[in-house]
Design a protein around this ligand. Structure first.
Ligand SMILES: [Zn+2]
Length: 192
């Protein structure tokens, strides 16, 4: 489902134009733009040359653009139904974090491969899952750290690194903050 605040009927022409000029794929499927001078309509992410603003008009659907006499773009295949809706991007981001949270900092870089700006990704993720990207990564790390502390005999320093913390002190700080216990105290309480 498309979050309400970015549904096409709530978007301003300025916002749509910004998405077009930035080739922002997270808007694909939410609207289409057509270029009067070429007679072609595109998805927001289309990599063809950004048209002049005064030649551009917007449509909620591909159907609308066709009805108005525009032809689909061969480059972005604006006539094809499949696109990356918001949900799909959010799911991919979540998958990526699930896979990479152990690697300190890297997840942030990997998210960029999804082709959405950092700010936009933060919005999409929060909208879909109700937590920020770093809160989500934190929850994954905490869960994994708890598991390693209670189920294994791994050294705390190793756990700190293998759960993506840059060092023991940041791990301690985070863990204490989240659980009220130091990792060692947690282990003592939960070790079987
Ligand atoms: Zn196009």
């Amino acid at each position: 489902m498309i979050p309400k605040d970015i549904a096409a009927d709530k978007m301003t022409p300025e916002e749509m134009w910004k998405a077009v000029s930035e080739n922002d794929a997270s808007y694909d499927g939410l609207f289409f733009y057509a270029v009067r001078s070429t007679g072609i309509y595109c998805r927001p992410s289309c990599k063809s040359k950004v048209p002049k603003r005064e030649n551009v008009c917007f449509f909620d659907t591909a159907e609308g653009a066709r009805t108005a006499g525009f032809r689909p773009c061969k480059r972005c295949r604006s006539d094809l139904a499949e696109y990356q809706p918001i949900r799909e991007i959010a799911d991919k981001a979540k998958q990526l974090l699930d896979d990479s949270f152990r690697r300190s900092c890297e997840w942030n870089r990997e998210l960029r491969q999804l082709g959405v700006s950092k700010r936009r990704m933060a919005e999409i993720f929060k909208e879909e899952y109700g937590v920020t990207l770093s809160e989500y990564v934190g929850s994954l790390r905490l869960k994994e750290a708890k598991r390693l502390l209670s189920d294994t005999g791994e050294e705390i320093i190793d756990i700190a690194y293998s759960t993506g913390f840059g060092g023991v002190s940041s791990f301690y700080r985070f863990f204490k903050n989240e659980t009220g216990l130091s990792p060692a105290a947690y282990r003592k309480e939960h070790c079987v």
